[in-house]
Design a protein. Structure first.
Ligand code: CA
Length: 403
């Protein structure tokens, strides 16, 4: 790798010309439609050192560690199946070593909680972890937590605010920062604003918070109102409404004020009027917490999201999965992978690249171990005759649809 600093003050298009000592010359060109690389020479926002030097560990709170068994049963109080009038059912509370059931994605609980993460902080530190990314922890109706009932309240199944405070303090004491998952695009059917609309129709002060197609409706009916990917348990919020923006951005600020260090934003590309919502979110977050990290769940190579008015960086599946994983699986040649990486690094400012959330797998994908042919996902250790047997219970539905 060669590195050169070029003094410049305005955007340029360029290519690289290599002269070898034996007189050979060849050009390195961009691999996209335009053969030239573009560089605008401007880092529009500061780098956060704690991010650019960080190593992140993702925790799905229900499944990491159960530190307080007394809160486990609380998961059953407010599960979405109890409210859903179209697909009613009963949630399951399992012991830690129980096998998964068909409800494992959303309504089978294992009791993991905040106290359990606190217990493991020394272990995480020993791995070199400096950042923890938590999947949603606010009150919701599911094990995944993406159907928020109350953006301002810690889900009691994960513990008390005192336990959360202790976790953050203990993490910070060890030099570990914590970012939370923020889901502004849609809420859950147990959200009080949505329940008010369900009860009172257009007499509700929250009528314009949602997109209701027919009223009265049954809770969970994805045909009666707009939901995320048409899913009735995830009513879409109207972020073009200033009241909704205030409610959501207020929640983001609330948890940063509480002591979190950054925010991972769920499906920002699906938010209504992103050009209004995200600049407002960024401005108000950075004004109060200039060191807070804002990372967006954007899966593709998308420089337009990191121009200084939205995110510090993106969840870089474009690097981790599209390039590294495909190379590891033998689907990309080394040369093709290098070309894609060249294009990737030429597309973002240096500050964006170093703050990249460079994951290969997450709760939204198969895990890297599975992708590469290992692991035994869905096969219970005590009953499994062998790895990879036909007893695998893994659903064939992509995880993002199951949410
Ligand atoms: Ca517990």
């Amino acid at each position: 790798m060669w590195r050169a600093e070029v003094p410049l003050v305005e955007p340029i298009e360029y290519y690289i010309l290599l002269n070898s000592t034996d007189g050979e010359r060849f050009a390195v060109l961009n691999t996209s439609e335009n053969p030239f690389f573009t560089f605008d020479g401007v880092d529009r926002f500061p780098q956060l050192e704690w991010v650019s030097n960080g190593i992140t560990y993702q925790i799905f709170p229900d499944r990491f560690n159960d530190g307080n068994r007394s809160n486990n049963v609380l998961a059953l109080d407010h599960d979405e199946l109890l409210l859903n009038q179209v697909n009613p059912g009963k949630p399951i509370l399992s012991d830690w070593s129980d096998p998964i059931t068909p409800l494992h994605c959303c309504h089978q609980y294992f009791g993991g909680d905040i106290a359990g993460i606190t217990e493991k902080l020394d272990y995480l530190r020993s791995l070199g972890i400096t950042i923890i990314y938590l999947n949603p922890i606010t009150l919701s109706g599911s094990a995944h937590g993406y159907d928020t009932y109350d953006y301002y309240r810690l889900d009691p199944k994960f513990g008390t605010e005192e336990e959360l405070r202790e976790f953050l303090d203990e993490a910070h004491r060890r030099g570990i920062r914590v970012i939370f998952d923020f889901v502004p695009n849609h809420c859950g059917i147990g959200n009080p604003a949505f329940l008010d609309v369900w009860k009172n129709g257009n007499g509700s002060p929250y009528w314009d918070w949602f997109f209701i197609k027919q009223w009265p409706f049954k809770l969970g009916d994805g045909n009666a109102y707009v939901g995320w990917w048409g899913i009735g348990s995830l009513p879409k919020l109207n972020t073009a409404n200033p009241e909704v923006r205030e409610y959501l951005i207020g929640a983001a600020l609330h948890w940063l004020d509480f002591g979190f260090d950054g925010i991972r934003v769920d499906v920002p590309n699906e938010i209504l009027k992103p050009g209004e919502f995200f600049p407002e979110l960024r401005e108000r977050v950075k004004e109060r917490h200039p060191e807070a990290y804002l990372v967006g769940e954007i899966w593709t190579l998308s420089p337009e999201w990191v121009q200084g008015d939205r995110f510090d960086s993106l969840m870089n599946y474009a690097l981790g999965r599209d390039i590294l994983l495909n190379y590891a699986k033998g689907l990309l040649s080394g040369e093709a992978a290098m070309k894609m990486m060249g294009r990737y690094y030429a597309s973002y400012g240096e500050n964006v690249v170093v703050m990249g959330f460079n994951l290969i797998s997450s709760h939204d994908t198969s895990r890297i171990l599975t992708d590469l042919g290992g692991g035994s996902l869905g096969i219970h250790r005590r009953t499994s005759p062998s790895r990879g047997s036909s007893s695998c219970r893994r659903s064939s539905i992509p995880s993002r649809e199951r949410r």
